[in-house]
Every structure is written in C-alpha cells, then in structure tokens.
Design a protein around this ligand. Structure first.
Ligand code: HEM
Ligand code: HEM
Ligand SMILES: [Fe+2]
Length: 451
C-alpha cells in the first residue's frame, strides 16, 4: 500500500469473507430443503433462508465495494483518506445494521419485496451510513492532488448506487407501482450503476496488473460507461412485461435489454486486450486470474444468460422460474463476486506485505469455485427448463413439478460442494496473509516488476 489509511480496506474485506461464508450456509439450507431435508424448517423456513441468502449477498458485495474504494481512492488521489476514524465508525455501524437485519429476518421483521427486505427503520440507518462513506471518499477526492477517470467513475457509480437506494423506500399500496419502483433499485443497480463501479475497479486493476498506459485503459472505460447507459436504463423495461405497466414496455424493454450484453462484452474484450498488450509481467498472477475471470464470466452469466430469457416471447414462459435463479447465480458471481475477490487478491499482498500468491492453493481455489459455480448454474438450467415445460407448457401443478425436478438439486448440491471447497481455500489464503501492517507501506508489489 502507499498510504497508511488504506489499511481500513482490510477490515471491510474480512467482513466480506465472513458474510460470504454465512451466505453459503443459507444456500445449503435451501438446497437441502429442496430435497425434502428440511429439519430446520421450524426455525428457518425456506422464505427466511432465501431472504437471508440474497440479502447477505448484496451486503457482502457492497462491503467489498466499500473496501475497494477505501483502498483505491487514496491511491488514485495520491493522499491519505480524509478521515480514518470516520471510516472505522462507518464500518462498525454498517456491520451492526447488517447483523440486526439478518437476525430480524428470523423473527419476521422484514418487508416483502424481494432483495429489498430490510425493514424501513433500518433503511434510514443504511442511508446515514452510506452518506458517511460517500462524504469520506468524496472529501478525499475533493482534496486530491491527482484526478483520474478511474477515480471519478468509481465515485460516480457509488454515489448513484446510494441515490438509487431511495426509490426502494417509497411506499405504495398498489402492487404495480410498488413493483415498478422496486426495479429502479434492483435492475438499475446491477445493470446500471454497479456496472460503473465494476468498470472503475476493473480499470484500476488492469492499470496495476498489466502495466498498459492509463490513457489507453481509461479510453475503454468511457466505452463501457456509454454502452451501460445506452442499454441499461431503458432495459429496465424487461421487468415491466407482466406487472401491469403499459404495453409499450414489451418493445422498449425487449430491444434495449437485448443490447445490454454489449457492455459486458466490451468489458471482456477490454480485459483480454489489455492483458495481451501487457507492458510487464505482474508477479501476482492469481489477482490477474480473478480480474480476467470476472470480465469473462460476467459476460457469460449476465450478458449471455441474461439475453437468453430477456425477449418477451421467451420471458413469458421462463419468468420467475429456476431459469431466473440460474441466471441470477452466474451473473452475480461473474460480475460482482469475482470482482470483489479480484480486488482482495490484488490488495491483500500489498496490505500485509506477504507474497503468498504463487502457491497452488490460490489456483485450486479459483478453479474449484468457478467450475463449482458453473455446475450449479448447469443444474439450475436443466431444472429450470424442465420446470418451464412441465408447468407452463403441459399445465402441471406447481408443486407436482417441484417434485419432478427434485433430482437436479442433488447435482446442484454436489457442484455447490466443489464451489464451497474453492471458497474455503480462498478464505484459508486470506487468513494466512495475516494482518495489514505499516511495514508494507511504500512497498507495493506492482512497482517492483516492470519489464
Ligand atoms: C451483472 C449483471 C446482472 C445481474 C447481477 C443480474 C441478476 C439478476 C437477478 C438476481 C434476477 C432476478 C431478479 C428478481 O426476480 O428479483 C434477474 C432477472 C432478470 N435478468 Fe438479470 N442480471 C444481470 C444482467 C442481466 C442482463 C445483461 C440481462 C439481459 C440481457 C438480464 C436479464 C434478466 C431478465 C430478463 C430477468 C427477469 C427474469 C424473470 O422474468 O424472472 N440480466 N437478473
Ligand atoms: C454454494 C452454495 C449455494 C447454494 C446451495 C445456493 C442455493 C440457492 C437456492 C436453492 C436458491 C433459491 C432458488 C429458489 O428460489 O428456488 C438461491 C437463490 C439465490 N442465490 Fe444462491 N446458492 C449458493 C451460493 C450463491 C452464491 C455464491 C451466489 C452469488 C454469487 C448466489 C446467488 C443467489 C441469488 C442471486 C439468488 C436469487 C435468485 C433469484 O432471484 O431467482 N448463491 N440460491
Ligand atoms: Fe434487469
């Protein structure tokens, strides 16, 4: 690391590891429940497990983005963080709100809007917390001696993500209106402003890991931002097909969402191209694996598998089935989970001064997690296709169909086990790095190996 205050990032990353572990536990609870093994049903019924699983996902990814910002912004601004103390207050209050929300879910304290189940009083605390975060990052940039596109795109992404949290807090007693604005958060996050955060982080990692000129790398960033806005905003319409919104959304949503894969394709081509042009061999290969992996896997999970069910004439059959869950898993994994794991893999050796990236462990973790996640996606795809045919084409009863497709969840759980082995090894490596320490200041590993 270059600056002492970057150390705070480590603690955000440590929280990520904890919450990811918990998320996986709840995934298994649901997977077993799907097989009829639901001994925990009285304490953690399926809907509670599902809510906890998805909210933990969102919280650990946001925690990862914050950690990434606390690491990247001081370095891009060439100065210490505005206030380290504020960052600590923000971290601790963030964890308190998150833990309260998760415990609350188990006692029925939630709102019934998928992905946004955190109850209203906690929403206000989230808003205050995120304002603290933005203030700290914003002041660091304001007082910076350097400006960069990477820094500004990252900040703009984080700022817009915070702004877009607000429509999710509006109250409607009309189902259509409620659904309409829920997507301003859920869709405009993952297919809009989170893509800007992704672009910013990817840009930083590519600059550090490939050594290609910043000017070239940041030109691509403009392309990614442009394609995201062009497709993602009106692409929201692919969630308005069947909720009671006007009919024109069928055309607009279909057309613009079909263009959304372009932004992810651009990110994949960008990352691979920069790697081919590389001006140096960075010793931290495993960070490069996660970085390129994220760019490629996001195209497959979000771009390709999203495209597969985005056209109205397909979506009328697949809407809300396991096809959606299939896409949801690989999209979140490729675009955002892998990206956060990439930042951590890059930052950890710089924060702790330990160069543990050359062992086999890291590679096995990478492949096991990715092959495992692809296997889970495959199992959900087969189950989803069977579900669509039996339930929607043949007209079989919903629960009878669930029984028919139960078998595929054995496959899913086997793949999930492989995935979990990979994540376990990643976390093992994380722990082996030890704590961040001041001796690592000024000794960034990327500055030492220019060809
Ligand atoms: C990283 C980016 C993405 C992530 C994390 C993501 C994740 C998700 C998730 C979790 C859902 C379920 C939402 C819910 O029902 O509440 C969903 C739905 C959907 N996604 Fe994505 N997605 C991404 C990108 C895309 C793209 C690029 C497309 C189109 C090309 C797409 C097409 C769809 C469609 C059509 C649905 C609705 C499925 C249904 O009708 O049930 N997604 N996505
Ligand atoms: C490794 C163990 C995991 C298992 C066994 C698992 C299993 C499940 C199950 C059974 C569901 C509910 C599907 C349904 O409604 O029937 C679910 C939902 C979901 N999981 Fe996982 N999961 C795991 C890990 C993950 C990871 C690592 C991610 C993200 C990177 C993730 C993202 C999601 C999302 C976004 C949903 C909601 C999908 C939708 O809205 O349709 N899961 N998971
Ligand atoms: Fe969407």
């Amino acid at each position: 690391m270059k600056f002492k205050s970057q150390k705070i990032a480590f603690w955000f990353f440590a929280v990520c590891m904890l919450l990811l572990t918990l998320q996986i536990v709840y995934g298994f609870i649901m997977g077993f429940a799907r097989l009829g093994l639901d001994g925990l049903h009285d304490f953690i019924p399926f809907n509670v497990a599902r809510t906890t699983h998805t909210n933990l996902l969102v919280v650990w990814l946001l925690t990862g983005f914050m950690g990434a910002a606390y690491y990247i912004i001081p370095e891009e601004s060439d100065r210490e963080l505005y206030s380290e103390k504020l960052a600590w207050i923000q971290l601790i209050s963030w964890v308190v709100v998150g833990v309260t929300a998760v415990i609350g879910f188990h006692f029925g304290w939630w709102e019934g809007r998928k992905f946004l189940e955190i109850p209203r009083p906690l929403d206000y605390l989230v808003v205050v917390n995120v304002l603290l975060f933005l203030y700290n990052i914003g002041m660091t940039i304001w007082n910076a001696t350097k400006r960069s596109t990477t820094q500004l795109v990252l900040f703009f992404g984080l700022f817009s993500a915070a702004l877009l949290y607000l429509p999710g807090m509006l109250y409607f007693d009309n189902q259509t209106m409620d659904s309409y604005f829920r997507w301003w958060v859920v869709h405009l996050w993952v297919e809009g402003v989170w893509e800007l955060i992704m672009g910013g982080i990817l840009s930083f990692l590519l600059i550090k890991l490939t050594g290609v000129d910043r000017e070239i790398i940041e030109k691509w960033l403009y392309v990614v931002v442009g394609l995201t806005f062009l497709s993602g905003i009106l692409g929201t319409g692919h969630h308005y097909y069947w909720i009671g919104a006007p009919k024109y959304w069928l055309m607009i949503g279909g057309l613009f969402s079909a263009l959304e894969p372009l932004a992810f394709l651009a990110m994949a081509i960008w990352a691979l191209n920069m790697y081919r042009k590389k001006g140096k061999d960075h010793p931290n290969k495993i960070a490069l694996y996660w970085t390129l992996g994220s760019a490629i896997m996001s195209f497959i999970g979000a771009g390709f598998l999203g495209f597969a069910h985005t056209w109205p004439s397909v979506n009328q059959w697949t809407h809300g089935t396991l096809i959606t869950a299939m896409h949801g898993h690989l999209a979140f994994w490729g675009a955002y989970a892998m990206l956060v794991l990439a930042v951590i893999a890059y930052a950890l050796p710089n924060l702790t001064g330990r160069k543990l990236f050359n062992g086999m462990n890291g590679y096995i973790a990478f492949w096991a997690a990715n092959v495992g996640m692809l296997g889970m996606t495959g199992a959900l795809a087969v189950a989803g296709i069977a579900q669509v045919y039996l339930e929607r084409k043949m007209g079989m009863d919903f629960l009878a169909v669930q029984k028919e497709i139960q078998f595929h969840f054995i496959g899913m759980l086997l793949a999930a086990t492989l995935f979990t082995v990979g994540i376990g090894m990643y976390i093992f490596d994380f722990i082996r790095h030890g704590m961040p320490n001041d001796e690592a200041i000024g000794k960034n590993i990327d500055d030492q190996n220019v060809k």
